[in-house]
Design a protein around this ligand. Structure first.
Ligand code: 7LP
Length: 283
């Protein structure tokens, strides 16, 4: 892949829970591609660095300025939303989620986004210089958006955070964290027998764990033949920034012999892992 620089999106997530008029909490987290870089817990004054390179190329002063802006924002946000809830007769409890970030492209170009979800549904975005309703947003939101757009100071700050601060932070993180982002970690794989799906039937399980990055191909095979009945679970996170996947196959007890599990992953350089089901265990 030499010559074509890869793009790694930088994403900041905010989760705000409003339980009633007095109990709320807001947590924040940031990710570069598959790696979590920052955490900002409710009540904490400072953004926590999860990687040695989480500072990117920001100076201590730049971090302090950013933390100050975000600290003011967090308390203003909570207060604003409580006021909106009264004005718009919103019923507690409710959740607001913000997703904002950017991705740098070759040649100084970058693209940014900021989306807001209410009760899990996208309702508002920041586009260019204004807050805008999402395509199918409920009508009551228009009043909130009208209010938000009156605050030019905030619009200018959001615009500058999205178009300057975000790409600068993202490209510094990318440079500092490049080797960790681009590392290749090989999976380990093992077989086991799952709970019997019926009389004279077996569930064969193939576990694949510890790989990075996320894309992986795992299939039950008979010789060179893919078994289309293979069931793939979700790719789940391990605690160490690697991934786990379980892939199963239900077969008649007599047909388990001769089956194998094949794993393809970028870290294996074409040397697939192949594990053969041991017929003697099918009893
Ligand atoms: C920083 C500006 O989220 C996502 C990052 C945004 C950073 C914005 C900021 O803190 C608040 C304070 O503004 C005041 O001081 C500023 C200087 O610090 C400026 O001088 C500004 O002019 C002045 O007004 C401001 O209070 C702001 O409104 C905070 C929240 C902004 C925000 N809005 C999006 C919310 C989505 C709305 C959802 C609608 C909704 C409502 C109710 C229930 C469900 C859904 N600015």
């Amino acid at each position: 892949q030499t010559g074509s620089p890869r793009n790694f999106p930088f994403r900041c997530l905010q989760i705000s829970s409003f339980a009633n008029t007095t109990w709320t909490r807001t947590d924040g987290l940031a990710w570069l591609w598959e790696l979590q870089t920052h955490a900002w817990r409710n009540g904490s004054d400072s953004i926590h660095f999860l990687k040695p390179w989480s500072r990117g190329n920001f100076s201590p002063q730049q971090w302090e300025d950013l933390q100050h802006i975000l600290g003011v924002y967090r308390s203003s946000f909570t207060r604003d939303i409580q006021e909106f809830a009264i004005m718009l007769s919103k019923v507690y409890p409710f959740e607001l989620q913000l997703s904002a970030g950017c991705e740098a492209y070759p040649g100084n170009a970058s693209e940014s986004f900021l989306h807001v979800a209410f009760q899990g549904t996208h309702v508002v975005s920041f586009q260019g210089t204004y807050w805008e309703p999402a395509p199918d947003a409920p009508l009551w939101l228009n009043r909130a958006i009208e209010e938000l757009n009156k605050d030019q100071g905030t619009r200018e700050m959001v615009q500058s955070l999205l178009s300057d601060t975000c790409p600068q932070l993202a490209s510094g993180l990318l440079e500092a964290g490049k080797s960790e982002l681009e590392q290749q970690v090989k999976p380990k794989a093992w077989l086991s027998q799952g709970p019997s799906p019926g009389s004279d039937r077996l569930q064969l399980e193939c576990h694949v764990s510890g790989f990075y990055p996320k894309p992986v191909w795992v299939m039950w095979m008979r010789g060179e033949q893919d078994q289309p009945e293979t069931q793939r679970g979700d790719v789940l996170p391990n605690a160490d920034d690697t991934w786990y996947l379980r892939v199963t196959l239900d077969v008649a007890a007599g047909e388990a012999a001769g089956l194998s599990c094949r794993v393809k992953h970028s870290s294996l350089g074409g040397q697939d892992i192949v594990l053969h089901w041991d017929g003697s265990r099918s009893s």
